[in-house]
Design a protein around this ligand. Structure first.
Ligand SMILES: *Cc1c(COP(=O)(O)O)cnc(C)c1O
Length: 403
């Protein structure tokens, strides 16, 4: 049998190649293409940049580590049963995160939708196929959330057909609970904004026998958060895989009680006629996510933190050396817990948007976050050494504008 290389050699030696392929030059080109490495970024004119902004979905999240990419490549060469991959990987992930069970979802958002789907349907196949239409099915239809937590991401829950019942106090929760209440949902990143604490939320769920779910999408690091909320007694915990954990951007984890995970999987691919059929995660991403999690848990967090502080210091020293520029470095307690720099100056001399544009349009292109009084930056998505480029470019632009 001819392999691709000898086939091409064979073809090019034939005078009538054009005839054989109906005169299709692009087809012969496409056949030959895999032999030469393509640079699609260049070919399609896609802008790449130094990411001094952070783990933003629009900026493609984070960069996968080499071990994750290698896992994806290696696993792409074999067929496997999708359910088998999820089950085997899920057992490992559950053990790492102190959960009864776990499954890899298509991001934190889909983890929430599927987790709630599992709560609503249980193992009833009829109910699975009915979602998101709840009426007349006997399924519950309300999710209770604190008003301060009810920001955009709760759409993941209303996707199931449920509506959100907003509360502010424990008393409100007690009053809101009725026989239609499916879930008590908590959003970690807003936990300092609501009046009810994590533990009180879990206790309310246990008292009324209603499952609790927490969204910790952007809340690792600290790594302990991966098991803290499972230990605390939340029934379901949802996290993004493609942010600081550096798994595939499209991956996330749904962890928690086995009965809910088992039920959630009834709404997941490969099963059709389900709410979650479009929330597919492939074997490569599932295995890649597992490796990313393993690596993330094994990291030396203190060493990482010191490295990020050093990078941040390099950038802030350069910015501060420009007269009139003030820099504050802090780490948000909730969400994106990493050294973060806020650079401010007299913005009548240089609008934050103008600086952002100048850095974006420079070579290399750099992304930062625009704020009303300046810009903010993080160092965790930088590749080693990029802090030097960011420092130089930032100083250059601030100096040029004589802020
Ligand atoms: C990013 C994020 C999500 C969505 O997570 P994906 O992994 O992108 O699906 C949900 N909730 C919060 C608080 C987030 O920051």
């Amino acid at each position: 049998m001819l392999n691709r290389r000898s086939l091409l050699k064979h073809l090019s030696a034939m005078p009538l190649v054009g005839g054989l392929f109906g005169g299709s030059a692009p087809l012969t080109a496409a056949l030959a293409a895999p032999l030469a490495p393509r640079n699609l970024v260049k070919e399609l004119g896609i802008r790449t940049f130094i990411n001094a902004a952070g783990t933003y979905t629009a900026m493609t999240g984070s960069l996968m580590e080499e071990d994750v990419v290698n896992t994806i490549l290696a696993s792409s060469k074999e067929f496997m049963m999708l359910d088998d991959v999820q089950t085997k990987v899920g057992e490992k992930i559950a053990a790492i995160t102190h959960a009864e069970s776990a499954v890899v979802s298509a991001g934190c958002f889909s983890a929430m939708t599927l987790g709630l789907a599992g709560v609503l349907t249980g193992m009833d196949q009829k109910k699975v196929e009915a979602l998101p239409h709840l009426e007349g099915t006997g399924m519950k239809s309300e999710v209770i959330a604190q008003k301060a937590h009810n920001i955009g991401y709760s759409h993941a829950l209303t996707n199931t057909g449920c509506k959100i019942i907003q509360v502010e106090t424990i008393e409100d929760v007690e009053k809101a609970i009725n026989d239609k209440t499916a879930l008590l949902w908590f959003l970690n990143i807003q936990s300092d904004k609501g009046q009810i604490t994590h533990q009180q939320w879990v206790d309310l769920g246990k008292k009324h026998n209603i499952p609790t779910m927490i969204d910790i999408a952007a809340d690792v690091p600290p790594v302990e958060n991966l098991w803290k909320f499972n230990d605390m007694g939340f029934d379901l915990v949802c996290v993004s895989g493609g942010k600081a954990m550096r798994g595939p951007q499209s991956a996330g984890l749904l962890m928690g009680k086995k009965k809910y995970i088992d039920a959630a999987r009834l709404s997941m691919p490969p099963r059709g006629s389900t709410l979650g059929r479009g929330m597919k995660i492939n074997k490569e991403e599932i295995l890649g996510m597992y490796v990313a999690l393993e690596k993330f848990v094994a990291r030396d967090q203190d060493k990482d933190w010191k490295m990020l502080e050093d990078r941040a210091k390099h950038i802030t020293d350069a910015a501060k050396s420009v007269k009139g520029v003030t820099v504050e470095t802090f780490a948000p307690a909730l969400g994106n817990h990493t050294p973060t720099m806020r650079v401010t100056w007299d913005t009548t001399k240089l609008a934050p948007k103008a600086l952002q544009e100048a850095l974006r349009n420079g070579n290399p292109s750099i992304e930062v976050v625009g704020e009303p009084m300046g810009i903010s930056m993080t160092a965790w998505m930088l590749k080693p050494g990029e802090e030097k480029i960011v420092a130089t470019r930032l100083k250059e632009e601030l100096t040029k504008a004589s802020v």
